[in-house]
Design a binder for this molecule. Structure first.
Ligand SMILES: NCCCC(=O)O
Length: 733
C-alpha cells in the first residue's frame, strides 16, 4: 500500500491562551484506523496522520505548516488546526501550495469566505448558523434587546459582526457591544450601565472564569440576566476546575453565570442506524472514550466532527482515484504544484454525502457543514439539552432532556419594560376650570349684551362702550385660552399654538383697551395742569389697541414661521418595580418649540413692559375723578388686578413645569381671577348705576371725549355735568 500523508495541526499546548483541540486527536486517529481497515475506502493506500502542535496560535500554526510543506513527503491534505484563530492564516496561505484543508472545529464565520480560503472545508457548522440558532432562541423568549461581550480577536469579532448583521436585519436591537483584550472589568461595567440583560458572550474558555467572576463582583447576576454562551467549548463544571484563573470562589463564579443558555454543535448524530464505518454513533463514541483514556487528553465536543472530517477526506481521495486515473495520475503523484489535483478534490468534496458520527455529512456552497444545533443550559452543575435548532429548515423546537430553568422562577425580560403614562391635569381640576371659565364666558356675553343694548344711554356712552366691548372680547379669549392650556396635548395635538394666540390677543384686547382708557385719563390729567383743552377720540384708543395687536401678530407669526410650536412629551418621574422588570414613566405633553425660552422672553418682556406702563398710569391717575370718563377708577383697579397676580404667579408657573396639575391650577387661577374681576369691576357698577338711576341724565358724549380740566376739579368729587366742559365729537360745548 502506498502511504498518503495528512498534515494534522492541533492545539495541544494552550498555556498562552486559546482553545485546546487535543481531545479530538483520538477520534481522528480512530477514523484513520477505520479507514485503513476498510476494504472499500482507499484499499490500495495507507493513510497516515501526522501531528504538529499549532498551539491555537497564528505564529505556531504558520510555522508548523511551513515545516510540513518544506520537509518530508508531500502532505496530500491538511487537517485542522483546531481553533479558528490558527486556521485562518493557514487557510489563507496553503491554497498557494494547492493543499486542501479540512477543519473540524474552527467555527469562525470568516472561514466561510471562499475568495480568501478557497480550499478550506469543515465538518463543523460555522457560527453564522449558530447565530441563526441564537436568534431563534431570542424569538422563543421574545427578547428584543441584546448586548454582546466578546474577547478581542478576529474569531469572535467575526462571530459578533455576523450576529449584529443578522440581528439588525431581523429588527433586534443591540444595545451594547463591548469587547475586551485582557480583562472584562470595564466591558462588564459598561454593559451594566446600559442595562444589558441578555448578553451574548463570545470568548475562549480561559476567559470564562475571570468573566463570570467579574460579573459576580459587579452584581451582574441573578434573575435579571441571561448569558448566551457558545456551548460545548469548555469542560463540564469548568468553574470547579479553574479557580487559579481568578480571585473568586467557584461558587461565586457559578453565581455570576446565573441564568445561561448556549448553542452548541450536536455531539452525536440523532439519526438511527450505522455510520459509514458500520458502527453506530454511540458505539463510535464508546470507542472514542477508550482511546481518550489511553491518550490522557480531555474530552472534546468536536471529537465526532474530527472523526467525520477524516472520513470526508478519505472518501474524497477515494472518489478521486478514478478521475485521476483517467488523467494517468494516482494519488501518489500529488505534489504542491498539482493545482489540477486539488481542483478535483474540491469538486468531489463539494458533492460528497455520507452518514457520519455527527449525522449526514455534506457541505454547502461555502464548504460549510449544514447540521442541527443543540440548545443547552447549565442547570446547577449539569449541562442539559433544552432545545434543537435545525439549520436546514431554520426551525427551533423545545426538545431536550429537560425544561428551561430560570433563577427567580420566571423567564427573564430583556430590559426594563417601561409603560408610559400621561400625567395630565387632574380631571376634577380641569372640569372645575372649564365650568368656571364657561360661566365666566356666559357672564362676559351678558355684559356684552348689556353694553350693546345700552350703548346709547348717556352713562354707558361716556364710558366708551366700544372699548368696553374690546375688554369683553379680550376676556372671553383669555377664558378660552385658560381652558385650552389644560387640554390633553396628546389628543389635542394639532395647533397647540392656538392657546398662546388666544392668550396673547385676548390680553392685548382686554388689557390694551383698559390701558388706553387709563392713558386717556392720564393725558387729561397732565394737560389739565396747563389749562389746555384735550380732545382724545375713541378711534385713537382703538388705534393704540391695534398697534398692540400688530406687535402680537408680528411676534406670533415670526415665532410660528421660524420656530413652530409643536407638542412634545416631557418625561417626569420614573417609578421602577422592585424586580426591575417594569417601570412607569410619567410624562406630560407640552406645547413647545426649539427656542421656546427666547420666544417666552420676548412675549413676557413685551407684555411685562405693557403691564408696568399700565401700572404706572393707574398709579398716576389713582386720585383722578373725571365724571365724563366715569369708569376710570374701576379701570385703574382692574389694571392692578391684572398686574399683581401676574407678577406673583407667573414666576411660580415657570417653576412647576413638571407638575401639570399645579401649573394648570395656577394658570387657570390667573386667567379666571383676572378676567372675572376685570369684567366685574368694569361692568357691575354700570349695571348697578343704571338700575338705580336714569343713565340719560348724564351729559352725552358721542364717540369721543373732549375735556377741559382745571386743577381745581381734580381730587374733588363733582357732578359729572360740572366736570365735562366739552363733549361730542371733540367740539367744545
Ligand atoms: N469552535 C471551537 C473553537 C473555537 C474557534 O473556532 O476557534
Amino acid at each position: 500500500k502506498e502511504t498518503l500523508y495528512i498534515g494534522g495541526l492541533f492545539g495541544l499546548d494552550t498555556a498562552r491562551g486559546g482553545w485546546s483541540s487535543a481531545g479530538i486527536i483520538p477520534a481522528v486517529q480512530m477514523a484513520i484506523d477505520d479507514i485503513n481497515n476498510s476494504s472499500e475506502c482507499l484499499k490500495d493506500y495507507h493513510l497516515e496522520l501526522l501531528i504538529k502542535d499549532s498551539q491555537c496560535s497564528v505564529g505556531e500554526a504558520v510555522r508548523r505548516s511551513l515545516e510540513y510543506i518544506s520537509y518530508g513527503k508531500p502532505k496530500i491534505m491538511f487537517f485542522g488546526p483546531g481553533c479558528s484563530k490558527a486556521s485562518i492564516p493557514v487557510a489563507e496561505a496553503i491554497h498557494y501550495w494547492n493543499i486542501v484543508q479540512m477543519g473540524f472545529s474552527g467555527s469562525s464565520p470568516l472561514l466561510s469566505s471562499k475568495s480568501l480560503y478557497p480550499l478550506y472545508f469543515r465538518t463543523n457548522p460555522s457560527e453564522t448558523f449558530a447565530n441563526l440558532g441564537r436568534i431563534a432562541i431570542l424569538r422563543r423568549f421574545n427578547w428584543k434587546r441584546v448586548a454582546i461581550l466578546q474577547q478581542n480577536n478576529d474569531v469572535f469579532t467575526g462571530i459578533s459582526n455576523s450576529l449584529v448583521e443578522l440581528l439588525e436585519a431581523a429588527n433586534f436591537s443591540v444595545i451594547a457591544y463591548e469587547s475586551f483584550k485582557d480583562h472584562p472589568r470595564f466591558a462588564i461595567e459598561n454593559l451594566e450601565n446600559k442595562d444589558a440583560r441578555i448578553i451574548f458572550a463570545f470568548f475562549y474558555p480561559d476567559q470564562y472564569y475571570v468573566t463570570f467572576c467579574e460579573a459576580y463582583k459587579q452584581g451582574m447576576y441573578g434573575p435579571k440576566y441571561v448569558w448566551v454562551l457558545i456551548s460545548g467549548r469548555n469542560q463540564a463544571n469548568w468553574w470547579k476546575q479553574q479557580s487559579h484563573l481568578g480571585d473568586c470562589t467557584p461558587e461565586q463564579v457559578r453565581k455570576g453565570l446565573s441564568n445561561n443558555i448556549g448553542t452548541g454543535e450536536l455531539k452525536l448524530s440523532p439519526l438511527p442506524g450505522p455510520t459509514i464505518c458500520g458502527r453506530t454513533p454511540q458505539e463510535l463514541y464508546n470507542s472514542y472514550q477508550l482511546r481518550l483514556k489511553e491518550s490522557g487528553y480531555s474530552e472534546n465536543t468536536f471529537a465526532s466532527y474530527g472523526y467525520d472530517a477524516a472520513w470526508a477526506c478519505a472518501l474524497t481521495l477515494n472518489a478521486s482515484i478514478e478521475v485521476l486515473r483517467q488523467q494517468n495520475l494516482t494519488l501518489s503523484d500529488f505534489t504542491y504544484s498539482q493545482a489540477n489535483m486539488s481542483k478535483i478534490f474540491v469538486e468531489i468534496m463539494k458533492g460528497i454525502s455520507f452518514r457520519g458520527m455527527t449525522g449526514q455529512v455534506k457541505f454547502d456552497s461555502k464548504h460549510d457543514r449544514i447540521s442541527k444545533l443543540e440548545v443547552r443550559q447549565i442547570q446547577g452543575d449539569t449541562e442539559r439539552r433544552v432545545g434543537f435548532y435545525d439549520m436546514e429548515t431554520g426551525s427551533y423546537e423545545d426538545n431536550g432532556d429537560g425544561d428551561y430553568l430560570w433563577d427567580g422562577g420566571k423567564v427573564p425580560v430583556d430590559g426594563l419594560y417601561i409603560v408610559r403614562k400621561s400625567d395630565d391635569v387632574h380631571p376634577i381640576l380641569f372640569w372645575f376650570a372649564f365650568t368656571t371659565s364657561t360661566l365666566g364666558v356666559i357672564m362676559a356675553v351678558v355684559f356684552l349684551i348689556f353694553n350693546i343694548y345700552h350703548q346709547n344711554v348717556r352713562y354707558i356712552k361716556m364710558s366708551s362702550p366700544n372699548l368696553n366691548n374690546l375688554i369683553i372680547l379680550g376676556c372671553i379669549l383669555v377664558y378660552v385660552s385658560g381652558v385650552l392650556f389644560g387640554l390633553d396635548k396628546g389628543v389635542y395635538c394639532t395647533g397647540c399654538q392656538v392657546e398662546i394666540w388666544f392668550l396673547a390677543i385676548g390680553f392685548s384686547l382686554g388689557f390694551g383697551a383698559m390701558f388706553s382708557k387709563t392713558w386717556r385719563v392720564h393725558v387729561i390729567f397732565l394737560k389739565c395742569n396747563n389749562n389746555k383743552r384735550v380732545i382724545i377720540r375713541d378711534h385713537q384708543l382703538f388705534g393704540m389697541v391695534a398697534v398692540l395687536l400688530l406687535i402680537d401678530f408680528i411676534i406670533l407669526i415670526t415665532w410660528q414661521l421660524v420656530d413652530p410650536l409643536t407638542t412634545t412629551d416631557y418625561n417626569l418621574t420614573l417609578e421602577i418595580s422592585p424586580d426591575y422588570d417594569t417601570a412607569i414613566q410619567r410624562f406630560t405633553t407640552t406645547c413647545t418649540s426649539k427656542h421656546i425660552s427666547i420666544w417666552q422672553a420676548i412675549m413676557f418682556g413685551y407684555k411685562g413692559l405693557l403691564l408696568l406702563f399700565g401700572a404706572y398710569l393707574a398709579w398716576e391717575t389713582r386720585k383722578v375723578h373725571i365724571a365724563a370718563l366715569n369708569d376710570s377708577k374701576m379701570i385703574g383697579l382692574s389694571v392692578y388686578n391684572v398686574i399683581i397676580p401676574c407678577a406673583l404667579v407667573i414666576p411660580i408657573v415657570g417653576l412647576v413645569h413638571d407638575r401639570p396639575t399645579t401649573q394648570f391650577a395656577l394658570t387657570s387661577f390667573l386667567t379666571i381671577f383676572c378676567t372675572t374681576f376685570t369684567l366685574c369691576f368694569v361692568f357691575v357698577p354700570k349695571m348697578l348705576f343704571l338700575r338705580k338711576e336714569d343713565g340719560n341724565c348724564i351729559p352725552t358724549v358721542s364717540g369721543s371725549i373732549g375735556v377741559l380740566v382745571t386743577p381745581t376739579n381734580l381730587n374733588s368729587p363733582r357732578k359729572p355735568e360740572e366736570s365735562v366742559k366739552n363733549a361730542g365729537e371733540g367740539t367744545e360745548s
